[in-house]
Design a protein around this ligand. Structure first.
Ligand code: FCB
Length: 474
């Protein structure tokens, strides 16, 4: 079947290249934004009828999250969203990528919408629109209602149908004010960290369950797209993935095979069903070996390959891999227990991830060249450093400025190679709850002083503000 985007989209911005100057300039209309997610910033976990999510439960499981941190308060954005939107406006953001907490809308994961949950997001979106900031809504950024996990979670097919119902409820309530929608954020993390390595909620270690979760996340995405389009076709709908460039350590057959397997589980297991209409053969063989194929039903492929208006790409790092020996920790990825991930001696961010801006250009080029045309947005990219509030009240973060500058140059190169890239969202607007790492990692361009919840734009925020204002680098 053809997976070319044939959905009639309305007056999508089409950036026009500008005359080359020495400092990289971006096409006019290029969208500059910042991203967050609900559980990482909102707090207020027991307010206004919100139900319990798998992250609430996981945080209370001893040993799961560094320092026993939880998202109970986080950056208190639920109570401070007006101030946060004012800050975004000051920075000149063109768009803000937020996620909706499913347990605020359906505390049990099913049934009618909780009006107070919808009210919060309506108020937030209205505030953004008042300031001329485009709201970008992600429907699922990992906070599954706990009752759905108790009923089997993503490995269970019914969760896909529940997600589509939820997506339609939110879409019906907000579609009059929100034009840009993404269904899922990084389904690979939900499946392989949630059900494979168990490093994320719900903390399951079962590769067969992880592969079933992959399929039901994809199916949930496809069913949600269909439900939303049936409701009203005039929206831009996509999904956010985190594909990464995978490089083999050498040309030895075993290393190339290790790279093929990681590329299969990290990239192609999502990109191929979404954009080409089927799992790749080698990935399908592995699914059959580990989980069987009983969970794949006729017709699923077509649902999953619903045409997309855009694809979101989250980029943090390149993976250089080789064949080795199974390590002590279970691999998130089925059939990859022996694969080693090799450090390249590059500068690292605070969580140990190596910084490699060329990987951003490479993954954009790979997706552009290997898959049918779909407009791309970088929906996340950023870095954690040990930022400190100085005695002068400033947060000086030259490493983050350097990081962003390098990655913006990579974006510019990708544009120069013809990639249909429409925008960029920095991760993150605010310091926040970084999942298993708790509050130990500061990814924000705005510092959050947690004891007082005071926001202090870091130097990188001011730098980003200037980039946005001139739509280019200096
Ligand atoms: C991504 C997540 C985001 C954040 C960054 C650092 O994988 O989507 O929530 O944790 O990593």
């Amino acid at each position: 079947m053809t997976t070319e985007a044939t959905h009639p989209t309305v007056d999508r911005p089409r950036p026009q290249p500008e005359a080359a100057t020495t400092a990289p300039a971006f096409p006019s209309g290029f969208l500059w934004g910042a991203a967050t997610s609900a559980y990482q910033i909102e707090g207020a976990v027991r307010e206004d009828g919100r139900g319990v999510s798998i992250w609430d439960t996981f945080c209370r499981t001893p040993g799961s999250v560094r320092n026993g941190d939880t998202g109970d308060v986080a950056a208190d954005h639920y109570h401070r969203y007006e101030q946060d939107v004012a800050l975004m406006a000051e920075l000149g953001l063109g768009a803000y990528r937020l996620s909706i907490a499913w347990p605020r809308i359906q505390p049990d994961g099913r049934g009618p919408a909780n009006p107070r949950g919808l009210d919060f997001y309506r108020a937030l979106v209205d505030r953004l629109l008042d300031h001329g900031i485009e709201p970008w809504v992600t429907l699922y950024h990992w906070d599954l209602p706990q009752p759905l996990e108790d009923a089997g979670g993503w490995p269970h097919r019914d969760t896909a149908a529940r997600f589509a119902d939820y997506a339609e409820l939110v879409y019906a309530a907000l579609r009059d004010r929100v034009r840009w929608w993404t269904t899922l954020n990084e389904p690979g993390c939900s499946a392989f960290l949630g059900y494979g390595s168990g490093r994320h909620a719900p903390g399951v270690r079962d590769h067969a369950a992880a592969l079933r979760a992959v399929h039901h996340l994809l199916l949930g995405h496809g069913l949600a797209v269909a439900a939303m389009r049936a409701h009203s076709p005039a929206a831009e709908i996509g999904i956010t993935l985190d594909p990464a460039p995978i490089t083999a350590r050498s040309a030895a057959a075993a290393d190339l095979d290790a790279a093929r397997r990681i590329d299969g589980m990290k990239n192609r297991i999502f990109l191929d069903p979404l954009l080409r209409g089927a799992y790749p053969d080698d990935v399908l063989d592995e699914i059959a070996r580990v989980a069987g194929l009983a969970h794949l039903r006729p017709g699923d492929d077509a649902v999953i390959a619903a045409p997309l208006d855009m694809l979101g790409i989250n980029y943090y790092r390149r993976y250089v891999v080789g064949a080795g020996e199974p390590g002590p920790e279970p691999s998130p990825y089925p059939g990859a227990g022996d694969v080693v991930f090799l450090p390249q001696g590059k500068p690292q961010m605070a969580n140990g991830w190596e910084i490699d801006a060329t990987g951003l250009r490479d993954i954009l080029l790979t997706v552009h060249r290997s898959y049918p045309a779909v407009p791309l947005f970088v929906t996340e990219n950023g870095a954690a450093f040990d930022d400190r509030l100085g005695p002068d009240g400033r947060v000086s973060d030259p490493d983050r400025v350097g990081y962003l500058d390098g990655h913006f140059r990579a974006l510019h190169e990708a544009l120069g190679e013809g990639v249909d890239l429409r925008g960029y969202f920095v991760w993150s607007l605010l310091d926040n709850f970084e999942w298993g790492e708790g509050y130990s990692q500061r990814f924000g361009i705005v510092y959050v002083d947690y004891p007082t919840q005071r926001r202090v734009p870091k130097d990188s925020a001011h730098w980003y503000q200037a980039v946005i204002a001139r739509n280019g680098l200096a």
